[in-house]
Ligand binder design. Structure first.
Ligand SMILES: [Zn+2]
Length: 336
């Protein structure tokens, strides 16, 4: 997959620098034909600090949280998660209510787990300020993991991450609307992509023109609420109307419903994937298995996962995957 990412980056840059006249003289290169089916996996919040960090240190194993589930994650053509902490040895603790920062050695676990793209647009990326956020982006890229939803400036934070997966062009965008808003990227300032309706719609339309499949990760909602807020529904529908194929939500730490809307999909919250919270509902999350048929999403299934007593993610015993279906009463199910 990583080779594909590099290839696509090169191809994409090549199309940017080759003059139209020069391209007109040469026949377009044959693009590889997309295989019949490919699988993408999406997981929720991955937090590698606090007790999870202490556990990895005690075990002297930086892949420990992913030990049992890595074969499943690695079986996909592409794996995506929300990285809910900076991974760095720099920055200054901003003493948020909970301030997370994982040891740089934890990058080895993300790599071992098979993550290809990770959202860093969340409320913890800024826990140790801009230097730690920027350092995290550098470390992820060095490990071959593409960060999305943050960057050295506003343009980079909002620019889609483009991945060519065996001939299928995927575009990833990621946003947050959970404070601190000061984490937002500026014209000359590193930071995250803030979820602004108009800007997000414009970003999605831009990504739509570049890719076959547009995926948007959103860090939103209210912690521990099992129903999405009406605002989440409105934003999700607006993003689909702008051209997104799949919306993947995180932040509430518990699972919220899946919805099929106009033939596209919304997972309002996948819950936790690796975390150390106490309440039992926070020990359960969803792994979204997305099947691509050619250049389109054919099926979206949710597979329940559990964070066990060792702080390791496992596929929940005895539970079958559930297929996302049109949810007529999503409107009524929404919290006000
Ligand atoms: Zn969060």
């Amino acid at each position: 997959m990583k080779a594909c990412v590099r290839l696509f980056t090169r191809l994409f840059l090549a199309t940017m620098v080759v003059a139209p006249a020069a391209r007109a003289q040469k026949p377009a290169p044959e693009m590889p034909r997309a295989p019949r089916e490919q699988k993408l996996i999406f997981v929720g919040d991955v937090m590698l600090s606090r007790s999870v960090g202490a556990k990895m240190q005690a075990e002297d194993d930086w892949t420990y949280p992913f030990e049992k589930i890595a074969p499943t994650l690695r079986s996909a053509n592409l794996t995506f998660g929300n990285l809910e902490c900076p991974v760095s040895d720099t920055g200054r603790n901003r003493h948020h209510l909970y301030s997370f920062r994982a040891d740089p050695k934890a990058i080895a676990g993300l790599k071992f787990a098979g993550f290809d793209v990770m959202s860093v647009a969340n409320n913890h990326s800024f826990d140790w300020g801009r230097p730690a956020l920027v350092d995290t982006l550098v470390r992820l890229r060095a490990a071959g993991i593409r960060p999305v939803g943050a960057g050295a400036n506003d343009l980079e934070a909002h620019y889609p991450v483009l991945v060519r997966l065996n001939g299928v062009k995927l575009a990833f965008l990621a946003y947050v609307n959970v404070p601190p808003k000061e984490a937002t990227a500026g014209t000359d300032q590193p930071g995250v992509a803030w979820l602004d309706r108009d800007r997000t719609s414009a970003d999605i339309r831009f990504a739509r023109a570049l890719a076959d499949v547009v995926i948007v990760s959103v860090h939103w909602g209210v912690e521990y609420m099992r129903k999405p807020q009406r605002l989440q529904l409105e934003l999700a529908h607006q993003m689909i109307d702008a051209g997104a194929d799949l919306i993947v939500g995180s932040h509430p730490h518990v699972i919220q419903p899946l919805e099929e809307y106009h033939g596209r999909w919304i997972a309002y919250s996948l819950g936790n994937f690796i975390f150390d919270q106490h309440d039992p509902p926070t020990h359960h999350g969803l792994m979204l298995e997305v099947t691509l048929a050619g250049k389109r999403i054919r099926q979206v299934q949710s597979v329940p996962i559990t964070i066990d007593g060792s702080l390791q993610a496992v596929v929940t015993n005895g539970e079958k995957p559930a297929e996302a279906r049109p949810s007529e009463n999503a409107e009524r199910a929404a919290a006000q």
